[in-house]
Ligand binder design. Sequence first.
Ligand code: SAM
Length: 246
Amino acid sequence: MISFVVATERLLAKVLEIQELSFLKQQDDLFIFGSNEPVSGPGKQVLLNLGFVKIFEDCYVPDQCADYSRERIVRVLFESIGAESYLKRITIQKNVGCYQVLLRRAVNQTPNLSRVLDVGCGPGTILDAVDGNSFHITGFDFVEDNLVAARKKGLNTVGSKELMLLPANSVDLVICSFVLHYESLSLAMISQIASLIRPYGLWAANFHKDRGYSWFTEMLIKTGTYHLRTEESEFGRLLFATKLES
Ligand SMILES: C[S@@+](CC[C@H](N)C(=O)[O-])C[C@H]1O[C@@H](n2cnc3c(N)ncnc32)[C@H](O)[C@@H]1O
């Protein structure tokens, strides 16, 4: 499948009318459609008119989904894509380059940086960017298939339940590469992840096409006091948030 569309019940009847799309499966009250071609022409226009946005390589989700959490819709989309197809869709050098820039800057700004939590680790891309022995890296992702692929690659991983059990102040750096522009983390999750960062540790991230920056920083500062620095880059705006106190 090249295209995936995640639809809510309210949009179901209209999406069923789009000929290029086949209904694949229902996951609770969400409906997943797919196509072996990129959705184009009238079908794409119907999606855009219904308020869908293309959030990842020919994949669409509703932009406004009042009764549904963005976290759940994005999770269902990445579960549908899976690790193997994810890797076929991306230009991995771009993701690797982003990790390298974030890590290089983070190391320069943070003394004694070794414990790294890669939030939205995907299939373990970070291991293509760094020598795994230079840092103690743990990957977290809400898609099990990605965690399986990341572990096969040699990354130490945690799922959502294990993430909750990590001790406070046990991480020097949280890194997010091509994740936060999806705006798919709840305040509770941001708060939980932020609690893992030790004082004067860092949350470093890129905001692809500069999307999600205001959303994220507004949430982050609700969880504690941070010194924020930004930088423009080919990967969108970069954020380096040093945690001062919880
Ligand atoms: C575009 S991929 C980037 C993967 C990896 N960082 C890379 O650069 O190859 C986005 C990843 O973020 C994950 N993700 C998005 N929102 C998440 C959340 N709230 N919790 C955990 N993982 C999340 C997705 O499952 C997906 O693996």
